[in-house]
Design a protein around this ligand. Structure first.
Ligand code: ZN
Length: 186
């Protein structure tokens, strides 16, 4: 889980190097221990968060564990106070808690633990859709439409961004404060 050092928004716009996926490789048993090992167990801790209550009037579900619901609420408040050209990126959230594997794998998505949030399905770029289908080993071109000011806001509240991954998922944020604190020794 600590093989790669996550580069924060402060490091600016970056194109991730091949297979550089900080935070995307996860120990599932660890997450099950933190958040619950089944949909029912995780579900006991799920809370509703009012997402952009003035502008978008959505409700999203994330876990209460580690105060993730309150943290997402803080992101929402701050995003709602931002200029319209930034707050509009929050208008079509893709959701929080869903017990499901990552598309095309048998690994659980962090959405299964209620610790992830997709900010906008309309501005989403996902590596799998942009890969070379005829040649799976070909370099995956990087694409992103999510402004770094928004990434910064999530990072301030403990979330990392899927736009820092070679296998990118640019609408995806997940609660990983350990990666924000982590620096390689020496
Ligand atoms: Zn996601």
């Amino acid at each position: 889980m600590f093989r790669y050092v996550y580069p924060t928004a402060a490091e600016g716009a970056l194109v991730p190097a091949e297979d550089f996926d900080p935070g995307r490789i996860r120990n599932e048993a660890f997450f099950e221990k933190l958040y619950g090992a089944s949909a029912a167990e995780v579900g006991k801790h799920i809370a509703n968060v009012k997402w952009l209550p003035k502008l978008a009037k959505k409700t999203v579900q994330v876990t209460r564990i580690f105060g993730i619901n309150d943290r997402l609420g803080k992101v929402s408040d701050a995003l709602e106070a931002m200029p319209a050209e930034l707050s509009r990126y929050g208008f079509k959230p893709g959701g929080g808690f869903v017990w499901r594997p990552i598309a095309g794998t048998d690994r659980l998505s962090v959405h299964s633990f209620g610790a992830a949030f997709d900010i906008n399905v309309g501005f989403s770029d996902y590596w799998y859709n942009n890969r070379n289908k005829a040649d799976p080993k070909a370099h995956i071109p990087f694409k992103n439409r999510i402004p770094l000011q928004i990434v910064e806001l999530f990072e301030e509240n403990g979330f990392i961004w899927g736009g820092r991954w070679y296998h990118y998922d640019t609408m995806h944020f997940e609660y990983r404060p350990e990666l924000l604190l982590y620096k390689k020794p020496g």
